[in-house]
Design a protein around this ligand. Structure first.
Ligand SMILES: Cc1cc2nc3c(=O)[nH]c(=O)nc-3n(C[C@H](O)[C@H](O)[C@H](O)COP(=O)(O)OP(=O)(O)OC[C@H]3O[C@@H](n4cnc5c(N)ncnc54)[C@H](O)[C@@H]3O)c2cc1C
Length: 611
């Protein structure tokens, strides 16, 4: 999807000779209006006529970012991102921030927006390209963004509830509290809302909801509880599971009710989950709009830094914005800061050798902040890991399920370890594959031409990468991530990967024999042989982690308990900041479902408690 972002330098800034820090028009976004070729043609024509409109482009996270600048007397007076396909609510949300910063400071050298590093790099490169096309002096336009003078205004806000974190849990908590008559301030530390919720597929558990009953899906809180406990190897915290299974139906009814959160979900379903329209990013966008419409005061780029505690009671939070320092007095605080996957001090060491694929803001701030009230923590040793991942050039983990699924359906494909030996049922349960991969130093997916093509089709179809990426990565020949290697023979591939001589050929032979015999030593149902003719390919597969399963201990009102198991006055929590629901691995749809359910529950019970 191509989109357009536009910012215009305010006339006051122009008249002031472009001093940094002057006010400028707010960023606006709009839907796509032109194709790449049309844009280029139009801007070139415009440039010829006015001599002042120039474009530049550079790769972003998903395809090119195209920037158009209007220049008058060596000043950039207008800056538009005319095309991009950046991730909705993440890179997309960062672009207006970058564009405004560039325009306000008249610089290419804008600060990276946290959580959108690749988009920020792409934007800077595209802007540089445009500046070069305009014949402007790149060095003059490369100064660092002016640092603030360090003086921040002290601001005090009095409210009923302060919610920390504008992901799925914080947004549902805010909206349900607002709808129950409370005054809400919502703090978000990033420049955009959404956290992990924006990155998720938004499959949402709906057990016990009206929709599920109408759609004839048989399910019950008891069945959901049994499935959660079995899936989590009985390592779940049962009281937390009970909160979820007994509230999720009511919460989902509210989520889709036009009088409730009014979020759009796809219907019908044949399982216990429904998918949010526009995935997690779509759900977040709708919720944020509804929180603002309901009168919530949303402060972006404003991390809560500490809890205010008097005589054991939480009375608000301190927070720090770009230009203000806040004291927010509140009758209650809801912590919805997400997980701790981005914080190596909290992620157990055994997981740190895997690749992280979660939100940049998931630094476990609730864990740190609640030390002040001696909060009880549950299951901090559990982190959700998934197989079938590559490492993108940015270093981020990327799931490959669409590629792997296509490959296994199309032709022979199997996985080997660093010894060139198969080690697992590649199509068995994720949990079993994870356990097997944990024992490897490296894991590779081996493909013939047909299965490699199907792998890439799946990935391209999910807009994860392009044909050009595949070409570049194959040329890199395993020297950088993602490791994607091709060769005429299996031994050519094995050589690049440093697998022992003959091991890969032997693995392919025994794999094909298993297809003929109809039995596999790892229990996989094998129907398709790997081709006898090259070329062959290998893609290095990683374990990735992106959600954390431990966190705060709460009671049925979502009130945080301390280590003496007593509720902390005025302190509540929701979402991934709460531990114990899942045990050692999560059940599909239940984490997003938990964010929605626990947020709804926290918002309603806090609004009731403070009345
Ligand atoms: C790639 C990916 C795919 C996923 N897929 C699924 C799936 O298919 N199904 C499923 O059930 N679950 C899935 N999950 C997990 C699920 O999405 C999350 O567990 C859930 O959305 C977490 O919601 P949350 O509101 O608790 O946290 P988040 O959505 O992470 O929101 C927390 C917010 O708090 C902000 N914040 C943190 N600290 C502070 C502070 N000090 N001050 C102010 N703000 C702060 C963060 O910036 C963030 O915006 C996925 C997660 C990821 C990353």
């Amino acid at each position: 999807m191509k989109k357009l972002v536009s910012v215009l330098l305010a006339s006051s800034l122009l008249l002031a000779g472009c001093q940094s820090g002057s006010s400028s028009a707010p960023a606006e976004t709009s839907q796509p209006v032109t194709t790449a070729a049309e844009t280029q043609k139009e801007t070139t024509k415009e440039a010829e006529e006015s001599g002042g409109v120039f474009t530049g482009k550079a790769p972003g996270f998903h395809g090119d970012i195209v920037v158009e600048i209007t220049v008058e007397e060596d000043v950039i007076t207008d800056l538009k991102v005319t095309e991009h396909s950046e991730t909705e609510n993440i890179g997309e949300a960062a672009l207006p921030v970058l564009a405004q910063q560039a325009l306000d400071n008249q610089t290419i050298n804008v600060d990276t927006v946290a959580g959108a590093t690749v988009t920020s790099d792409g934007f800077r490169a595209a802007l540089k390209d445009a500046v070069e096309s305009a014949g402007l002096d790149v060095s003059k336009l490369s100064q660092a963004v002016a640092a603030s003078d360090g003086q921040k205004e002290e601001v005090t806000i009095d409210t009923d509830i302060v919610v920390v974190g504008a992901g799925g849990a914080g947004l549902t908590a805010s909206l349900s509290a607002l709808q129950n008559g409370a005054k809400v301030v919502l703090l978000e530390k990033m420049s955009f809302a959404g956290g992990a919720s924006s990155m998720a597929g938004a499959g949402t558990t709906a057990t016990g909801s009206k929709w599920l009953a109408e759609d004839g899906v048989e399910d019950s809180p008891e069945k959901l509880k049994a499935d959660l406990l079995e899936n989590g190897h009985n390592l779940n915290h049962e009281p937390t599971v009970d909160i979820f299974v007994n509230t999720v139906g009511e919460a989902f009814d509210w989520l889709v009710d036009p009088e409730g959160a009014n979020v759009e979900y796809q219907r019908p379903t044949t399982s216990r989950t429904y998918s949010g329209v526009g995935r997690g990013a779509g759900v977040v966008k709708t919720l944020l709009a509804h929180v603002e419409e309901a009168g919530g005061q949303v402060l972006m780029s404003t991390p809560a830094t500490e809890l205010m505690v008097t005589d054991g009671k939480v009375t608000g939070v301190k927070a720090e914005g770009e230009k203000e320092v806040y004291t927010i007095n509140a009758k209650a605080v809801i912590l919805a800061t997400g997980g701790f996957g981005a914080n190596d001090d909290l992620v157990p060491e055994e997981f740190q050798k895997f690749v992280y694929a979660g939100a940049a803001g998931a630094t476990g701030d609730a864990i740190e902040m609640t030390k002040a009230v001696d909060a009880d923590l549950i299951n901090m040793e559990f982190v959700n890991v998934q197989p079938n991942s590559i490492v993108l050039p940015s270093g981020l983990g990327q799931y490959c399920n669409p590629g792997v699924g296509g490959a296994y359906k199309t032709s022979g494909a199997f996985m080997v370890n660093e010894k060139g030996e198969r080690f697992a049922n590649e199509q068995g349960g994720a949990y079993e594959l994870i356990q097997a991969m944990k024992g490897n130093e490296a894991s590779y997916l081996i493909l013939d031409e047909a299965s490699f093509t199907a792998f890439n089709e799946g990935m391209k179809g999910s807009k994860i990468y392009t044909d050009e990426d595949v070409e570049t990565w194959l040329k890199n020949n395993g020297s950088s991530n993602p490791v994607m290697v091709g060769g005429d023979t299996l031994e050519d591939v094995a050589k690049v990967l440093n697998l022992p001589d003959g091991a890969l050929t032997a693995a392919a032979e025994s794999y094909n024999q298993a297809v003929d015999a109809g039995t596999d030593e790892f229990g996989r149902t094998l129907t398709m042989k790997i081709s006898g003719d090259g070329p062959y390919y290998a893609v290095q597969m990683w374990l990735r982690y992106y959600a954390t399963l431990g966190g705060l201990h709460v009671n049925e009102q979502m009130q945080v308990l301390n280590t003496s198991q007593n509720p902390v006055d005025g302190l509540y929590a929701a979402g991934e900041a709460v531990g114990g629901l899942e045990g050692d691995i999560y059940l599909g749809g239940s984490l997003f479902g938990w964010a929605m359910t626990s947020g709804y529950k926290a918002g309603t019970s806090v609004a009731e408690a403070i009345q």
